[in-house]
Write a protein that binds this ligand. Structure first.
Ligand code: PLP
Length: 295
């Protein structure tokens, strides 16, 4: 579903505006070079799921890219302002920090840049609407991205091209593959269920991938449920032959994979282990909201 404009609000360097009025300079390095890092946090009832972890990942990515001048601890307050303006606590808040505006454009950043900070809040489903996980179809696609995909940067051309290719083949999300091993989705982490245990590709092999916050939360809840989770090599064939598989991302939370390259996975709906993990995540979110509302 395409969000309507009334369901979004934009914050740019401290000023809130409706999306159709939101503007940045064409000389912004985020626009010119994709010289920017970002996060997306899912809010339920005004509480950000894994918010502290997102703030820490942003801090780490700002440090790794040398983008200075923005304190990631401001994320919760910026999100709060946007959610108040939106009039709903069920939303995603995307926040991007670019290295700033530089004229004329040069690869080498100037020393005195002020970062551009853009945050966009978009209405999203409530926790009640998420109780039933929505299935997702995937297609295997070569991972042609830059090597440092562990940095959450906006340079996402290959992710976009892979998603277009998946869409052309009738799938919703490409699962990327390099050297015969799966890495991650274009905008998600991948898990499969193998004889009751979870398996997910390692963060460092065959190449660095994004340390997904929802991936980490799944590993945690699996531990709490006594479900083994192995971080190890996973092949496309193993995914195709798995009885259950699912994607995780902050926006989707968890989505059971129903088809891989057109072939049904398991029964074509969420399997038992997938549903257990999903229920545990929903319970965590519910617990987080109850904790903060004092219920
Ligand atoms: N992998 C990639 C390439 C992504 O872009 C995303 C999310 O956008 C994820 C994994 C999932 O990360 P997270 O769970 O932190 O949202």
């Amino acid at each position: 579903m395409m969000p309507t404009l009334g369901s979004m609000l934009v914050w740019i360097n401290g000023t809130i505006s409706p999306p159709e009025e939101a503007r940045i300079s064409v000389f912004d390095r985020g626009f010119m070079y994709g010289d920017a890092v970002y996060e997306l946090v899912r809010f339920f009832g005004g509480e950000g799921f894994g918010l502290d972890l997102h703030v820490e990942r942003l801090r780490s990515n700002l440090a790794r890219t040398g983008i200075g001048g923005f304190d990631p601890d401001r994320y919760p307050a910026i999100a709060g302002e946007l959610l108040d303006g939106l009039g709903s606590g069920d939303a995603t808040v995307y926040l991007q920090v670019t290295r700033g505006v530089q004229m004329p454009r040069r690869h080498l950043p100037a020393d005195d840049l002020t970062p551009t900070v853009v945050a966009v809040a978009s209405l999203a489903k409530s926790l009640e609407d998420l109780e039933r996980p929505a299935g997702v179809t995937v297609a295997i696609h070569p991972d042609l991205r830059r090597v440092h995909c562990d940095v959450k940067a906006t340079s996402l051309l290959e992710n976009v091209l892979a998603t277009m290719s998946a869409s052309e083949s009738g799938a919703q999300e490409p699962i990327l593959e390099v050297g015969g091993q799966l890495t991650e989705g274009a905008s998600s982490s991948i898990f499969l269920v193998d004889r009751g245990s979870l398996r997910t590709p390692r963060l460092d092999e065959p190449r660095p991938i994004l340390p997904g916050i929802s991936r980490r939360l799944v590993v945690e809840v699996a531990g709490e449920l006594g479900i083994e989770c192995r971080e190890e090599a996973v092949t496309a064939r193993e995914l195709r032959e798995a009885g259950e598989a699912f994607l995780t991302s902050s926006s989707r939370v968890l989505a059971p994979v129903t088809r891989v390259d057109g072939t049904e996975i398991g029964s074509g709906t969420a399997g038992e282990v997938t549903l257990r993990i999903h229920r545990a995540l929903v319970e965590r979110i519910r617990g987080m909201s109850a904790l903060h509302s004092g219920a």
